[in-house]
Design a protein around this ligand. Structure first.
Ligand code: MEV
Length: 440
């Protein structure tokens, strides 16, 4: 085993590639070729991408697709989606087309509150701590005035600083639980900067507080960080139509289809194994728009799944009901998104995606993303209760199989035609290809 490398980040990009290719891959020349093939020939653009993270050696492509015809609150959108899974964009497009003929999607933001916490320990009288926090609250605000002034101009800022007694969870543990409005920014940097200043102010003021004894003055901040659990930053997306308008679905009449859709959601509510997959389908739609618009999909994933278990059991994020002959299908998800700051100002494809979406505000983007999640869920359930998903999924996957089998363009045309009305599987396509090729 070769020894660990020192100072890897200080090497040039070429040196990093040389090292990684030589030490960790079987064919170092091929590795170098592959990595460099993915460099952008525009050196300035490549440098921009190199500097997003540390130790960049190449780019990692994902397809950017468009799902057109999304009617949301009466406005027409074409939604950009960055995702590798073959059938997601097709499924979203199908749902959009289905619902545009039935009045489209409605979406509404229920809240835009973000949360951050200063976690600290304090050994002393709780009443004295409460008085202390009340007394220093104006100082906490004053100390972050420089950080908040721009945000306040944009309609955001700090909306509350609350002391929480968490000593039941852990000895001497308290929090400053702070809420923020961050306008069109996701706000992570803003929130974390404010919190770190709160921490410094808290510690400084505690050390000098006249009512504290020696032990109480030793208030100790452990960490200050935003929370990705944002149940107050919530959006609702929905569709509704008379059951009869759902139309015949395959062999099923509309009422049977509607009842099966409601049952499908009920199963996701009753069974955790199903709930996770059900919600994964929703995240197919959500993540791909979150990625295309340069937002933090890990933050969204973490927050959404925590929300799915907010009542103590992990359940479906979507809901369905039949009321007075109407089919109603909806979704509520917490989404902390931004349309300014971060990658949105830097990544040309992110800027383009936002442009395609007609430069939405953060609340508008929340609505679009939630609708993409609902559309994806509708498409998945519609297939699942009908033909199953493999038919559509494998159809979309056919191109991947053809690429894997290195077919020629002539073979591709013949095979695409052949599998137009035949079930697709790797084996079936391989057999058909072998039949096409003359045996040696
Ligand atoms: C596949 O990526 C997503 C589905 O499994 C979602 C679902 O089962 O609802 C089709």
């Amino acid at each position: 085993m070769s020894p660990p490398i020192q100072g890897f980040s200080k090497l040039s990009k070429e040196e990093k590639i040389e090292w990684i290719a030589g030490r960790f891959t079987d064919n170092s020349e091929e590795t170098k070729k592959v990595l460099k093939r993915y460099w952008n020939p525009d050196t300035k653009l490549q440098q921009l991408h190199d500097e997003f993270i540390e130790n960049t050696i190449s780019n990692y492509y994902l397809p950017l697709g468009i799902a057109p015809n999304f009617l949301i609150n009466g406005k027409l959108y074409a939604i950009p989606m960055a995702i590798e899974e073959s059938s997601v964009v097709a499924a979203a497009s199908k749902s959009a087309k289905f619902w545009i003929e039935r009045g489209g999607f409605r979406a509404r933001v229920l809240g835009t509150e973000k949360i951050g916490q200063v976690h600290f320990t304090y050994q002393g009288n709780f009443g004295k701590l409460q008085e202390f926090i009340a007394e220093i609250t104006p100082i906490l605000h004053a100390d972050v005035a420089d950080l908040t002034s721009n945000m306040v101009k944009r309609g955001g800022g700090i909306t509350a600083i609350i002391l929480k007694d968490r000593t039941r969870a852990m000895d001497h543990y308290y929090q400053l639980h702070c809420t923020f409005q961050t306008s069109n920014a996701m706000g992570a940097n803003f929130i974390n900067s404010c919190l770190e200043q709160f921490a410094r102010t808290l510690q400084r003021e505690a050390e000098n507080h006249r009512n504290f004894n020696k032990r109480e003055r030793k208030l100790e901040v452990l960490m200050s960080i935003l929370s990705n659990y944002v149940p107050g930053c919530l959006v609702r997306a929905e569709v509704e139509c008379p059951v009869q308008l759902l139309g015949k679905q395959g062999e099923m009449e509309a009422p049977e289809f509607a009842a099966k859709m409601v049952q499908a959601v009920a199963i996701a509510n009753a069974d955790r194994y199903r709930a996770v997959t059900h919600n994964k389908g929703i995240m197919n739609g959500i993540d791909s728009v979150v990625m295309a618009t340069g937002n933090d999909f890990r933050a969204v994933e973490a927050g959404v799944h925590a929300y799915a278990s907010k009542d103590g059991t992990y359940t479906s994020l979507s809901h369905a009901e039949l009321v007075e002959g109407n089919f109603h299908f909806w979704l509520e998800v917490p989404l902390a998104l931004g349309t300014v700051g971060g990658l949105t100002n830097l990544h040309p494809m992110v800027q383009l995606s936002l442009d395609i979406l007609q430069n939405p505000s953060a609340p508008e983007l929340m609505q679009i993303v939630a609708v993409a999640g609902l559309a994806q869920n509708f498409a998945a359930l519609r297939s699942l209760v009908n033909t199953g998903i493999q038919q559509g999924h494998m159809k979309m996957h056919l191109l991947n199989i053809l690429n894997q089998l290195l077919v020629t363009s002539e073979e591709r045309i013949i095979l695409l035609q052949e599998f137009e009305d035949r079930p697709v599987s790797y084996r079936a396509v391989k057999t058909a290809l072998e039949r096409l090729r003359p045996s040696p």
